[in-house]
Ligand binder design. Structure first.
Ligand SMILES: Cc1cc2nc3c(=O)[nH]c(=O)nc-3n(C[C@H](O)[C@H](O)[C@H](O)COP(=O)(O)OP(=O)(O)OC[C@H]3O[C@@H](n4cnc5c(N)ncnc54)[C@H](O)[C@@H]3O)c2cc1C
Length: 419
């Protein structure tokens, strides 16, 4: 299991996923209603059952069908008979899967949310082709793998001004361009890609299509040390012809869907981040309560204990924010007869604030907990170092830190209109 075991047996026995969930429940269950607790109970049973079957020396992709069997590739939208659904359930799903395996959670989110969500949006906006339903079923069962291609070599934060060029034909669209950092790309069957008919007018000409690999997509894997079990690609679209049925949003509607997708995407990333925060802090709590130096548990030294107290407080605050944002999203937007414009504006704002805060906090918590735990936490004998590695990329995915701050700064300037 470990390359070389040096951790004390008694401490190791207590550093179990079951115990992580016990401490998580004590902190988070009081914020949940009965239905949500029952949903989490089932998720925890599933995670505890899957945990021993995970081979951490292999990539995560063989695990996706296991998630699919239980409807755990996504939980925002109704799919088959899996219940309950909604953003709060999605946040709780991401939280639990991050505590189980943060790299599996990254791949799951890219396939189920980033590629899967556009198939739901397609039907919400009146789409009629059966192709998106077939792709949705394949992705959500975990049988096929999806990814999203927005970022390009020369267009990162400035994603709207993309350079991937689309050309109309009689029966479809030809894509020419390159995408980078495509999470799951090297393994993906489906690529949700964006391009424009006119580079000078992206807003009115953006296209969103789901491209099957066999249409001619080429991928090369990037070496990204922090998530070695997830494959991330340089994706090349060289005269890739996409049949019209696979075009989910044409003639500028792609731009609307790109932005429509960002809010649930950022809320979902908050769910993944909350799980990393709790896993980091809880493993730290267990270890420092049991590890003794100078005759007493190291948690009793103020330098360790107060540090963990500070991190626990922040983790609780971030969790309350994520759950509250998801509650408002469910009540006032997702399940509302008439979605509230006021709530829509608030949720767009809070998804940036929350994603910014939680993503940064994952790194602070994991790094600081490692310092409080000492040497053991940087070996493979505890899950901390993997959590820290994944935390490094939380801020850059889904829009880098400054882009969230840029959006929040825009909100701040709009406050003056209230006066
Ligand atoms: C591991 C990983 C997985 C990813 N997965 C995907 C994926 O699946 N699909 C996908 O499409 N993309 C993906 N991304 C891309 C990610 O969304 C981008 O990295 C991100 O949008 C930033 O783009 P960039 O890295 O090119 O940085 P740049 O845009 O080049 O920015 C460089 C720096 O400048 C700052 N900056 C840029 N513009 C401004 C501004 N106006 N004001 C202030 N500061 C600014 C940025 O914050 C950053 O610090 C992934 C990235 C990583 C690292």
């Amino acid at each position: 299991m470990f390359q070389e075991k040096i951790i004390n047996d008694d401490i190791l026995a207590k550093m179990s996923l079951e115990n992580v969930f016990k401490i998580f429940n004590d902190n988070v269950y009081p914020m949940l209603n009965t239905e949500e607790r029952e949903y989490c109970d089932k998720l925890q049973e599933f995670c505890i059952d899957l945990n021993p079957k995970i081979d951490r020396s292999k990539d995560v992709y063989g695990l996706l069908p296991e998630l699919g069997k239980h409807g755990y590739i996504q939980r925002i939208n109704p799919w088959k008979d899996f219940k309950p659904v909604g953003m709060k359930k999605e946040i709780l799903l991401g939280t639990h899967l991050s505590m189980l395996d943060p790299q599996l959670e990254l791949a799951r989110l890219a396939s189920g949310i980033l590629c899967g969500n556009p198939t739901f949006h397609y039907y919400e906006h009146g789409g009629e082709s059966d192709v998106a339903r077939k792709i949705q079923d394949e992705l959500l069962s975990g049988q096929k793998i999806g990814c999203i291609g927005i970022t390009e070599p020369e267009r990162g934060s400035d994603a709207v001004n993309m350079t991937t060029i689309c050309t109309k034909t009689d029966d479809g669209v030809i894509f020419n361009g390159e995408k980078v950092y495509t999470t799951n790309g090297p393994k993906a069957d489906y690529f949700c890609c964006y391009g424009v008919y006119d580079e000078g007018n992206p807003r009115d000409t953006m296209v969103q299509g789901i491209i099957a690999r066999e249409f001619g997509v080429k991928t090369e894997r990037l070496k990204i040390n922090s998530v070695p079990r997830v494959h991330i690609a340089h994706t090349i679209l060289d005269n890739v012809k996409v049949p019209q049925d696979y075009i989910l949003a044409d003639n500028g509607l792609g731009y609307k869907r790109l932005f429509e997708g960002l809010v649930p995407e950022r809320l979902s990333i908050m769910g993944s981040g909350i799980g990393i925060c709790w896993a980091g802090i809880i493993y730290g709590i267990i270890y420092t309560n049991l590890r003794k130096q100078f005759g007493k548990p190291v948690i009793r030294y103020q330098g360790v204990g107060y540090g963990l107290a500070d991190l626990l407080t922040k983790s609780s605050a971030a969790t309350a924010l994520a759950l509250q944002a998801a509650t408002v999203y469910d009540e006032k937007i997702l399940f509302a007869d008439e979605p509230s414009k006021e709530a829509g504006k608030w949720i767009a704002a809070i998804s940036s604030q929350g994603k910014y805060y939680v993503a940064k906090l994952t790194h602070e918590i994991c790094y600081e907990v490692q310092q409080h735990m000492g040497g053991m936490s940087v070996t493979d004998n505890t899950p901390l170092d993997e959590l820290t590695d994944v935390s490094k990329i939380e801020e850059v995915i889904g829009g880098a830190r400054n882009i969230q701050l840029l959006l929040i700064q825009g909100q701040i300037q709009r406050f003056m209109r209230l006066l």
